[in-house]
Design a protein around this ligand. Structure first.
Ligand code: HEM
Length: 502
């Protein structure tokens, strides 16, 4: 038999039969411990599941490339952005956020938009969403926020009280809540949605001059969304519709692509901008900071194996290449820790060595050694300490990022909700949406908020009212709430509003 076709154990030992265990008889059968093939098979099966991602568990992925279409190398020394036409291999994963691994692709939820660029200076991960902003701006709130989007600890059911209680107690979420309950909360599939870094990142040049940037990936397929009815129908008829759509379109060589742009802000502009440029609950207006073309992302390769590539893919906002750095965005700072830690738990200390995560176009030369599942030769006989005089690898000072001057008072700086937190939500409602989109928004909110307790309905509706009078009034009327009470609550400070709606 052709050796490649031969069925073997995990150690490559030929298997002569896989349909009958070794037993004492044709009918009654005490099974033999000596049937090591059976033991291996049962034992491996018991270990097939790894922990699902604590968020973004349901997703689909594909390989492709990024090509530079506009030279912005005066702003960043990132090698993969150095010249027009330069192509970089990448792997992208799209996901929903709150649902479990088997949940529906059409759920009302932000969509993850994670891209791993295999650059010649190491892997660069851009771990964004399909929304340019987020619900909260301080990492310390993230675990609580996610708990409220998941299941009730007692009933194990999704809980509208938990969901709206937290959001109404966290008014900075209002902008993202407005996006979530618009049609943009249910994109038609992964191909027909935009992606955003959401956060502000730093780009720095070889001269160590820096600017702040936000990334926008605009779908070339056109932005398409589902109505609540369409999303509900898909959830029951084809819960994997977006996963299927991505796979099949690539299989049919209808390769999806995104035009990539950046907004650029100088440090001087950042000091004076009308919004805090590092607050991830806010956008930078495109009229102030226009979109500048950067490149194109194309997805043209389906994974051969879902678990190997998609489930084991590990993206981390801390995986930044020379020329790109983080910013003082408090949410981003927390994320710089959270992802690598999640990977150590989910995949192990050597998750970098898994093929989809390893630096395909750079070499990893670290002084880290050993650990479970070390499969890359463990750096052979090279020295395992630094500094050394044994010819081991050396840091390269030419890659030092710019020094940042900070004068600080270290404290738990609380940031109460400010009126400025409601401006962009109100503008989204009144200036960006058309009548049909506003109608959908109101009915999507009311259809969900109606399931929460009345005091929570009042507290949350007052926040819609504070964003825009018509917005709040329409939600109030759809829910049958007393509009005078909503109006009065909207005038109170958040602290007093909470007291009034206990
Ligand atoms: C996944 C934490 C905010 C986008 C994850 C995972 C964790 C996490 C632990 C699972 C990682 C894994 O097991 O592989 C956090 C924390 C946040 C935060 C602590 C705030 C402090 C955000 C924001 C965005 C985002 C603001 C988008 C701008 C994603 C994406 C994934 C993800 C796209 C899935 C990556 C993949 O496809 O594997 N997050 N997250 N997260 N997060 Fe966040």
């Amino acid at each position: 038999m052709d050796k490649k076709k031969r069925f073997t154990t995990g150690y490559g030992i030929p298997v002569h039969d896989d349909q009958a265990s070794v037993t004492t008889g044709k009918k009654e059968g005490y099974t033999m411990m000596s049937d090591v093939h059976l033991v291996e098979k049962l034992a491996h099966f018991n270990r097939e599941r790894i922990p699902e991602r604590v968020v973004h568990a349901k997703g689909a992925g594909a390989g492709g490339y990024f090509e530079v279409t506009n030279d912005l190398s005066k702003y960043t020394r990132a090698d993969f952005l150095s010249e027009v036409g330069k192509r970089t291999e990448l792997f992208a994963r799209f996901s929903t956020v709150g649902g479990e691994k088997g949940s529906a692709d059409s759920a009302r939820d932000p969509r993850g938009f994670a891209v791993k660029f295999y650059t010649e200076e190491g892997n660069y991960d851009l771990v964004g969403n399909n929304t340019p902003i987020f619900f909260i701006r301080d990492a310390i709130k993230f675990p609580d926020f996610i708990h409220t989007q998941k299941r009730n600890p007692q009933t194990n059911l999704p809980d509208p009280d938990m969901f709206w209680d937290f959001l109404s107690l966290t008014p900075e979420s209002i902008h993202q809540v407005t996006i979530l309950f618009s049609d943009r909360g249910t994109p038609e599939n992964f191909r027909h949605m935009n992606g955003y870094s959401s956060h502000t990142y730093m780009w720095y040049s070889k001269e160590n001059e820096y600017v702040w940037v936000k990334y926008h990936f605009k779908t070339d397929q056109g932005n398409k969304t589902l109505t609540a009815e369409q999303a509900d129908e898909l959830a029951s008829k084809d819960p994997d519709h977006a996963t299927r759509d991505l796979f099949e379109s690539i299989k049919e060589e209808k390769f999806p692509s995104w035009s990539v742009y950046v907004q650029i802000m100088t440090p001087e502009e950042a000091k004076e901008y009308k919004f805090d440029p590092f607050d991830v609950t806010k956008v930078w207006y495109q009229s102030d900071f226009p979109l500048i073309p950067l490149g194109k992302m194309v997805l043209n390769r389906n994974p051969d194996n879902y678990f190997a590539e998609v489930e084991q893919s590990a993206f981390a906002p801390s995986s930044l290449v020379p020329g790109i750095s983080s910013s003082p965005d408090k949410l981003l700072q927390g994320r710089l820790f959270a992802y690598e830690d999640a990977h150590r738990y989910r995949l192990g200390a050597n998750h970098h060595q898994i093929e989809v995560n390893s630096p395909k176009h750079a070499t990893a030369n670290t002084y880290q050694r050993d650990g479970a599942m070390n499969v890359d030769g463990n750096s052979g006989n090279a020295p395992n300490y630094y500094p050394n005089s044994m010819g081991g690898v050396e840091p390269d000072p030419s890659f030092a990022p710019p020094a940042i001057e900070v004068q600080a008072i270290i404290d738990r700086h609380t940031r109460p909700t400010e009126d400025v937190d409601f401006i962009q939500a109100g503008q989204l409602y009144s200036r960006v949406m058309n009548d049909e989109q506003r109608n959908h928004l109101i009915s999507n909110i009311a259809g969900h908020l109606v399931n929460a307790k009345e005091n929570i309905q009042y507290r949350q509706t007052a926040l819609f009212y504070k964003s825009h009078i018509e917005y709040g009034s329409r939600v109030a009327s759809k829910l049958g709430l007393d509009i005078d009470k909503v109006k009065a609550l909207s005038k109170l400070s958040q602290e007093d509003r909470v007291k009034e709606t206990k």
